[in-house]
Design a protein around this ligand. Structure first.
Ligand code: ATP
Ligand code: MG
Length: 241
């Protein structure tokens, strides 16, 4: 049995929209074990990114608790939250968010530098980029990389610091299906190799099917994916992306 890595209990998050408050997540529960992969599917605007931001400590819930390795995340302690984000979590965004003025190697080194970890930084960054087939692209800035290459750099940046939790928000959403499949394959291989847990928001049936579990976000909570919901998202045959 693997350990429980992350547990969300009765998590709520709402946003003010003009005079109205929209409740996006409402008493949401989620348990993620060490080394497992969980796909989150759901309609656009249902709150997938909101949930990933909460899990990664990038945003604070209005209610509920998030427990990491048995300890509640201390939302009001900015320094501790910074350590959580920097040491334990790797985030892959839909639109990579690489820093345009830095090359691939520097982008991957950045979280180490921000976290004050300079030891072996360049070696670790170089190793992971080579592992992802980017040995010849270390000195390229994002503008000189293809979409798939940029996304591999973003994955390298997320996993280089050996986080125990990787959160991926539609990591292949802006790639063509075959490049998307390759990028997802790389992420899954790294996961098997390094044993991190993966929580991934996706509209892709193939990607969701490649995960250990698929959960459906609807009405502010997570549900097991029913056949009818699967048919709605993935529309019978092929891939939704
Ligand atoms: N900072 C914010 N302020 C106000 N409303 C927000 C904010 N962030 C998200 N929302 C609203 O919360 C809802 C959920 O947004 P979210 O980005 O989590 O959806 P999503 O499931 O990731 O959608 P998509 O599949 O399109 O990426 C949307 O209605 C959005 O407009
Ligand atoms: Mg989103």
């Amino acid at each position: 049995m693997s350990e429980r890595l992350l547990e969300a209990a009765e998590l709520s998050r709402s946003f003010q929209s003009g005079p109205r408050r929209i409740e996006v997540l409402s008493n949401l529960d989620l348990e993620v074990d060490g080394g497992e992969s969980v796909a989150i599917v759901g309609d656009s605007g249902v709150g997938k990114s909101t949930l990933l931001h909460l899990l990664g400590g990038l945003d604070r819930p209005d209610g509920g608790t998030l427990t990491f390795r048995g300890r509640p995340l201390p939302w009001s302690d900015g320094e501790a939250m910074g350590r959580y984000r920097n040491r334990h979590v790797g985030f892959v965004f839909q639109f990579h968010h690489l820093l345009p003025e830095f090359n691939a190697l520097e982008n991957v080194e950045m979280p180490f530098r921000i976290g004050g970890r300079f030891e072996r930084t360049e070696t670790a960054a170089r190793e992971i980029l080579e592992r992802l087939g980017l040995a010849e692209r270390l000195g390229h800035t994002p503008a000189r990389l293809s979409g798939g290459e940029q996304q591999r750099v973003a994955i390298a940046r997320a996993v280089a610091g050996r986080p125990s939790l990787v959160l991926a928000d539609e990591p292949t959403g802006n790639l063509d299906p075959s490049t998307g499949d390759r990028v997802f394959g790389v992420l899954r291989d790294l996961q098997k190799e390094r044993g991190f847990s993966l929580v991934l928001a996706t509209h892709s049936e193939r990607m969701a099917a490649g995960c250990d579990r698929i959960l459906h976000l609807a009405g502010g909570r997570l549900h097991p994916l029913s056949d009818s919901a699967a048919a709605t998202f993935f529309g019978g045959s092929g891939d939704a992306e």
